[in-house]
Design a protein. Structure first.
Length: 161
């Protein structure tokens, strides 16, 4: 990991690393290995805070910026074999409820106080759900934005061009 991070300009850009494999966990299998976290701290690289099924949530601050990523919570299809006729194929086809997002509000506010910038990315992009959830979270965090009605799409393919 050091070689990769040293090959990019972490002084010029704000990078974040999302750990998705259990080999990055410590012996307790509950936290990211402290040596990996130290590499990130030394280079001001953020650990991605994750909301998603079966993924390590991430903890602690390793940089003066932060990154939070919402993948959705489709536990039922995340790890099983996908079937071609399953229109819920997209494991990111998930709409967060207000209650689910509300659990993140205190953590986001805490991170906001500890870092210079918080970036939040909704990866539950299927059928415009990420847009709706983004606006909902902005409302919950009292972030001003233009009002926009979001109609969830019911389209499974791109169709004809």
């Amino acid at each position: 990991m050091k070689g990769v991070l040293d090959a990019v300009s972490h002084q010029e850009f704000d990078y974040a690393v999302e750990f998705r494999h259990n080999s990055w966990l410590d012996e307790s299998r509950k936290e990211i290995d402290p040596a990996a976290l130290e590499v990130l701290r030394e280079r001001n690289v953020a650990i991605v805070l994750i909301d998603g099924p079966g993924l390590h949530l991430g903890s602690g601050q390793t940089a003066n910026h932060s990154y939070l990523r919402f993948h959705g919570r489709n536990y039922d299809i995340w790890y099983r074999d996908e079937k071609e006729d399953d229109h819920r194929l997209d494991r990111y086809d998930y709409l967060y409820s207000r209650d689910e997002l509300n659990l993140w509000v205190p953590q986001i506010k805490d991170v906001e106080q500890k870092t210079m910038r918080v970036r939040i990315y909704f990866n539950n992009h299927a059928r415009a759900k990420s847009i709706g959830n983004g606006f909902l979270l902005m409302d919950m965090l009292l972030i001003d934005h233009k009002q926009k009605e979001i109609k969830l799409q019911d389209q499974f393919t791109l169709g004809e061009f």
